[in-house]
Write a protein that binds this ligand. Structure first.
Ligand code: BES
Ligand code: MN
Ligand code: ZN
Length: 486
């Protein structure tokens, strides 16, 4: 997709040559400002009851007289906020994407000037609208023809909008990658497949990529990761990606992504209902690949390392059993009371591995707990971070990228739930505050660097009729890293 900025005042939108003109309006839009033709059509539609300033409403006009565009779509936004604009553009593009439109002009007549945040929201919405999953369903709806999107703004915003479009495109490429990989079923997205995707990404963007197999993981001593991987026939992979956008001496941010390509629960087997959704248990890993794709596309001036421990969590004759004690790469021993709490086991060894990069910051991203879904639902990721400044920056990035998170606590007292009589810690505590005790487990492997943890169990994948991956939290992470890079 190609995004460009154009300077155009509302009165001239009817003169724009394009396949489709998408006019986003809200209740503060004065129809008169849109000129005679568009303003007249809008007024008439409102009077006839065919359109209302209500979020989600669209009105499609085919070859309306006096307009150069072959199609006009009005889309109503709940307000002038970027989030409302994103929803309106998603609906508006939905009205034309199945047709002949290749060339779209997006023009917003809202109660505030169209700026950088709006531009970024438009890019996200357009990409979201045209994404089609085809990997194992090649017959799926024809891919939309849309190729070129121009975005109208005023002269004083042009430079800011242009760079926001570029930033938005980098982010959208990362979101699309994460979304696609997370949608793929576990038999089409094995740890080896993820490693292949990492290598492909490396070739495309000049990243250094290294993949460790079972022997090397054993030689390192990642006893917790190996315990999870010991019953599966799929070889486990530990994937390391390095993006160097800054001098070598600059300490990197290390992103650690949970890469469970399927989570059956292991011997602590999950119930059958909705178990298919556990193909998305590599959503953290996918977001690491997506974010590296985005920061590399944006040529961000910072160093970012991606670490992905990846395996399946299977039951079987060789499987780890409740009560088994294993030794992590850090040397700490862990009593595995519940084999379904496997994410923290693969992540703890990856966190210890992160030490060798002398990181400025480590962020792990994981579909870690059902408890986080209970706490926050599907809107906000759970965010854990002892450092107030980093926590604030993550919160801000989430708001700015329309990919929000919410901070949850890390008081030492929560760690008492992990006491074991047979090892340095158990891998689970009682049910209460399950998202927090999972974070407290990880915290024990982060003494050597500043650390944040994102529990994305509720946001990476949607159930129901629109079942599918979201590509989150690539926008949050990309926004955070680009802001950090300055
Ligand atoms: N992958 C799951 C968490 C999950 C649940 C992700 C729902 C997405 C949607 C994780 O490995 C898991 O099974 N966690 C257990 C932990 C428990 C045994 C302490 C859970 O949440 O039930
Ligand atoms: Mn599990
Ligand atoms: Zn899991």
């Amino acid at each position: 997709m190609d995004f460009e900025v154009v300077q155009a005042a509302p009165g001239n939108w009817c003169e724009a040559v394009c396949d489709a003109l998408l006019v986003v309006v809200d209740e503060h839009t004065a129809p008169e400002a849109l000129g005679q033709v568009l303003g007249g059509a809008l007024k008439q539609a409102l009077a006839d009851g065919d359109f209302a300033f209500k979020a989600g409403r669209t009105l499609y006009l085919h070859h309306p007289g006096g307009v150069k565009a072959a199609r006009v779509v009005f889309a109503a936004a709940a307000s002038a906020a970027p989030k409302a604009l994103r929803a309106a553009v998603l609906a508006g593009v939905g009205a034309v994407k199945g047709g002949g439109t290749r060339d779209l002009l997006v023009a917003a007549a809202l109660g505030e000037p169209f700026g950088a945040a709006h531009a970024q929201a438009v890019v996200a919405a357009v990409h979201d609208a045209v994404y089609v999953y085809r990997h194992t369903k090649p017959s799926a709806n024809e891919v939309p023809k849309l190729q070129r999107v121009r975005v109208a703004c005023g002269a004083d915003q042009e430079a800011a909008v242009r760079s926001a479009l570029a930033r938005g495109e980098a982010m959208a490429a990362g979101v699309a990658l994460a979304r696609e990989l997370t949608n793929r079923p576990a038999n089409h997205c094995t740890p080896s497949d993820l490693a292949g995707e990492a290598r492909r990404l490396g070739r495309e963007h000049g990243l250094h990529v290294k993949v460790l197999g079972r022997k090397e993981i054993e030689a390192l001593g990642m006893g917790c990761f190996l315990a999870v991987a010991q019953a599966t026939h799929q070889p486990p992979k530990f994937i390391v990606l390095e993006y160097r956008g800054a001098p070598k001496a600059d300490r990197p941010v290390v992103l650690v992504g949970k890469g469970i390509t399927f989570d059956t629960g292991g011997v602590s087997l999950k119930p059958a209902a909705d178990m298919d959704e556990m193909k998305s248990d590599m959503g953290g890993a996918a977001s690491v690949l997506g974010t590296l794709c985005a920061v590399a596309s944006a040529k961000a001036r910072l160093n970012v390392i991606g670490l992905i421990p990846s395996c399946e969590n299977m039951p079987g004759g060789a499987a780890v059993k409740p009560g088994d004690v294993v030794t992590s790469l850090s040397g700490q021993t862990v009593e595995i009371l519940n084999t379904d709490a496997e994410g923290r086991l693969i992540l703890c060894d990856a966190l210890t591995y992160a030490e060798r990069f002398k990181p400025a910051l480590v962020i792990d991203i994981a579909t870690l707990t059902g408890a986080c879904v209970i706490a926050l639902g599907h809107l906000r990721s759970g965010m854990f971070c002892a450092d107030d400044a980093v926590a604030a920056a993550l919160l801000d990035a989430g708001e700015a990228a329309l990919d929000p998170c919410w901070r949850l606590p890390l008081d030492d007292e929560y760690g008492e739930a992990l006491k074991s009589n047979f090892a340095d810690m158990a891998n689970v505590g009682p049910r209460a505050a399950g998202a927090v005790t999972a974070a407290m487990f990880l915290k024990r492997y982060t003494a050597k660097f500043p650390w944040a943890h994102l529990d994305i169990a509720g946001v990476a994948f949607k159930g129901g009729t629109n079942k599918g991956a979201t590509g989150r939290p690539v926008p949050l992470l990309t926004q955070f890293l680009l802001a950090r890079a300055g």
